[in-house]
Design a protein around this ligand. Structure first.
Ligand SMILES: Nc1ncnc2c1ncn2[C@@H]1O[C@H](COP(=O)(O)OP(=O)(O)OP(=O)(O)O)[C@@H](O)[C@H]1O
Length: 264
């Protein structure tokens, strides 16, 4: 469960560049819910995820993860509870390390135990099992440098890695945006499989209105640091991409330019 209460984020506070990016955002994502987040460029979507992980300093409000108030916790302390996958496949993995070593690092996220325990033969079996879900034959290539994989393969491995430490909250920050359409579809399907298998609570930021409606069970739209739309259930099930755009215009009383939101 992710609970954000009245979160305010202001970048460059007190300077000429002061930028209020989240304006009293409150959001409750129930245990096991899969929320998709859309919104125009600069709406505050990534900042919202940063507020959950602790990477973004908040000036007001509180963050509760799985019932625990983590507002004062550092990023590494919250890492036990939530995992984040970024847009850039290179961001979540270390090119110089092998697939197995990358997985071992992910496995140890938020844990105090040593490196050796993460690389035991028993762990290797778990890693092989988990990575075989991809159907890419990587279970036989655990010793290969992860830098040898394509961007899409690496993003798929990043997603599997995000499930290794046992955290129940998964934050996806446009994780398919840098992939070609075929690989993006593969990673979206993989996302659905992993979310269902590990019963994760998910916040997925996307620029694809199609994916926003096709994945998960609830969609919010952000605009200028606020949640301007929140749909689920039957209302969402009946929505088309064009309806979403109309709703946006209605809520904000303005036309939305197509460069901010992809219509695919
Ligand atoms: N660390 C930072 N320091 C200063 N300003 C920042 C920082 N991070 C983000 N911003 C600004 O905050 C605003 C919101 O950024 P954010 O990345 O949350 O938007 P977004 O909705 O994810 O946009 P996009 O869809 O373009 O990725 C932008 O104006 C951005 O320039």
């Amino acid at each position: 469960m992710v609970e954000l209460n009245n979160i305010n984020v202001i970048f460059n506070r007190g300077t000429i560049l002061e930028n209020p990016v989240l304006k009293g955002v409150s959001l409750l994502v129930e245990q096991g819910q899969f929320l998709t987040v859309i919104g125009s460029n600069g709406a505050g979507k990534s900042t919202l995820l940063g507020a959950v992980t602790g990477e973004t300093p908040i000036i007001q409000g509180n963050v509760v993860l799985n019932g625990l108030d983590v507002t004062k916790q550092e990023v590494h302390q919250r890492a036990r509870q939530c995992a984040r996958v970024f847009q850039d496949p290179l961001a979540g993995t270390c090119a110089e390390l092998s697939i197995e070593e990358n997985m071992a690092l992910a496995y140890m996220r938020g844990k105090k135990r040593g490196w050796a325990s993460a690389l035991s033969s028993q762990r290797r079996k778990i890693f092989q099992e988990r990575i075989s879900i991809l159907g890419l034959g990587l279970e036989d290539r655990l010793g290969d440098s992860i830098g040898l994989l394509s961007g899409g393969q690496r993003q798929a491995v990043s997603l599997v890695m995000a499930t290794l430490a046992g955290s129940k909250i998964l934050l996806l920050d446009e994780h398919t945006a840098a992939l070609d359409p075929r690989m993006a579809m593969f990673v979206i399907e993989l996302t659905k499989t992993l979310v269902s298998e590990f019963q994760l609570t998910v916040i997925m930021v996307t620029h694809s209105m199609k994916d926003a409606l096709a994945c998960g069970d609830r969609t919010v739209m952000m605009h200028q640091g606020e949640i301007v739309l929140d749909v689920s259930g039957e209302q969402r099930a009946n929505l088309q991409v064009t309806d979403l755009l109309d709703m946006f215009s209605h809520v904000k009383g303005e036309e939305l330019s197509d460069d901010g939101l992809l219509l695919n």
